[in-house]
Write a protein that binds this ligand. Structure first.
Ligand code: SF4
Ligand code: SF4
Length: 239
């Protein structure tokens, strides 16, 4: 199967502890071209890789003006609209929808002992993170993995107190990050123009729904597709 390599940034900096903490904290988003490379490495097809190793992450941000990936709540399934209403009594009339495919994460229960009690903590980590912090898809890991922790600007160092690499170096990948963000923008534009299914041929069938950064429930592929109808239908509503 994959290509197991010790995590991760040892090659990139003498300061990375290869602790794997970065693989235990974030959803790793994929662009379609990255999915193809990973599937090839795993010697499988995209049709097998995407539904089995990935899931949907859909983020909603209130937006009042028309634009890329902005859709009126008229299109939202009632179940999802009710989930939003539980969070905000009067939802915005339209939302910027960020529809992403992410690597699945596995759930691990960790027990912490102190003198008084035992605490149970749930930790999620990337399902490609294997024993001794080795990455199963290291040569083709997605761009956010390669750019971390320099995907943010240096003045955001306090966001990563757990990362020795970030604390110890002044390395700056802002140019690489900008190139990546441009590719992400192109992805959004493509989804807006061609639809989600026009960009992803075999997307995962299920995933999570977020209002901003807060997880508010689950979402199915069918629900996502109905929230984002083709541009012609959207234009009729905005006229
Ligand atoms: S793909 Fe590899 S580097 Fe990226 S989060 Fe998963 S285990 Fe870590
Ligand atoms: S959290 Fe930082 S130090 Fe640990 S593996 Fe990731 S990049 Fe390296």
């Amino acid at each position: 199967m994959g290509s197991l390599q010790k995590l991760t940034k040892k090659q990139e900096s003498e300061f990375c502890l290869s602790c794997g903490e970065c693989c235990k904290r974030y959803w790793i988003t994929l662009l379609p071209s990255e999915a193809s490379k990973i599937a090839r490495l795993l010697k499988t097809s995209k049709g097998t890789f995407l539904p089995n190793y990935c899931m949907l992450n859909v983020k909603l941000y209130p937006k009042t003006t028309p634009g890329v990936l902005t859709f009126p709540t008229t299109f939202f399934p009632q179940r999802l609209f009710d989930l939003i209403k539980k969070e905000v009594a009067t939802p915005a009339e339209s939302f910027f929808i960020v529809p992403q495919v992410v690597l699945s994460r596995k759930n691990k229960i960790i027990f912490k002992f102190d003198s008084k009690r035992t605490q149970k903590e749930q930790r999620f980590s990337c399902s490609f993170l294997k024993a001794e912090n080795a990455c199963e898809i290291y040569p083709v890991r997605p761009e956010p993995c390669k750019l971390f922790p320099f995907i943010a600007m240096p003045d955001l160092r306090e966001q990563y107190p757990f990362c020795e690499l970030f604390k110890s170096t002044q390395k700056n990948l802002s140019i690489e990050s900008k190139i990546y963000y441009k590719r992400v923008q192109e992805y959004f534009k493509n989804v807006d123009e061609k639809s989600f299914l026009g960009v992803w041929q075999y997307p995962p069938k299920k995933g999570l729904l977020f209002l901003g950064e807060k997880q508010i429930g689950e979402i199915s592929l069918d629900e996502l597709v109905s929230m984002m109808p083709k541009s012609s239908k959207k234009k009729q509503i905005y006229k």
